[in-house]
Design a protein around this ligand. Structure first.
Ligand SMILES: [Zn+2]
Length: 267
């Protein structure tokens, strides 16, 4: 705690002045543009990752960036999602999973957690869809490959869960809502974003052409990624066939194909 107390003093005495004007403005109300759902993992820092300021991200965090299906849990997640969309008018959602996720490791050994951490076990059951996909479609994987696949598939599971919320469903029906699935590899700073049409995770910059329909998200504003530059005029999602060389430099071509396209059973 000493470090935190010293940090408070440092913030109040030296750093707050940099933000004084912004916070005075925000005192009149917040108007965040993005609901950012991510893991509680201490290595994930949403504002740092996206280079956003206070007031720009409305954040939900929990173990495993999980969204319980509507009605499955009357918890904070559902209330926060509802408030974000209905009260704040947010129409962009990011569900951001990450490399080396402890929750996904836990999901892979759920039975072992049942006695030692019953609440964690119960919580992770909201990712049962992810577990079932892994068992049915990725039984040949193990170790890090299996965990990376769990991270990727869990993002898709949670997007499906998010769509069960009436307020989300309605906005999607009106064409007023965009849901983005991100994988953040914190050890490299790289982010990949799910491309529905390609059923692959691609550099987010390739999606700006398609998604920047309201001028809300500007290139370079949304994500700080070291993904290779992409010709903005011609969106070219990195399919699994290409991702080994250009889109996901930390994945081999074969690995990327397995992780992000599975064996074709899903979708
Ligand atoms: Zn995590």
């Amino acid at each position: 705690m000493k470090k935190l107390i010293r940090g408070l003093q440092e913030f109040q005495e030296h750093r707050f002045d940099e933000y004084r004007g912004l916070f005075e403005q925000l005192a009149h109300g917040q108007k965040p543009k993005v609901l950012f759902i991510t893991c509680s993992d201490s290595r994930i820092v949403p504002n740092l990752l996206t280079q956003t300021e206070p007031g720009e991200l409305f954040v939900v965090r929990n173990a495993g960036n999980i969204v319980p299906p509507y009605g499955a849990a009357n918890g904070g997640e559902g209330a926060t999602i509802e408030y974000a969309v209905h009260a704040l008018g947010i129409n962009q959602v990011v569900i951001c999973g990450h490399s080396h996720c402890g929750a996904m490791k836990g999901l892979l050994k759920l039975n072992q957690l049942r006695e030692s951490m019953p609440l964690v076990c119960q919580w992770l059951e909201h990712a049962a869809g992810t577990l079932r996909v892994l068992q049915d479609s990725y039984a040949h994987l193990e170790g890090e490959e299996l965990i990376e696949t769990a991270v990727a598939e869990n993002i898709l599971t949670q997007i499906d869960n998010l769509k069960t919320y009436p307020v989300i469903h309605s906005r999607l029906h009106q064409g007023k809502m965009k849901i983005h699935g991100w994988i953040y590899e914190f050890e490299t700073g790289n982010v990949l974003s799910y491309d529905r049409s390609a059923h692959a995770f691609v550099p987010p910059s390739t999606q700006l052409v398609k998604d920047d329909d309201e001028g809300v998200i500007l290139p370079g504003q949304y994500v700080n990624t070291s993904a290779p530059p992409v010709d903005a005029a011609v969106p070219s999602p990195v399919s699994a066939e290409r991702s080994g060389s250009s889109g996901a430099p930390w994945l081999s071509q074969e690995q990327a194909k397995r992780i992000y396209q599975g064996n074709g059973l899903r979708r």
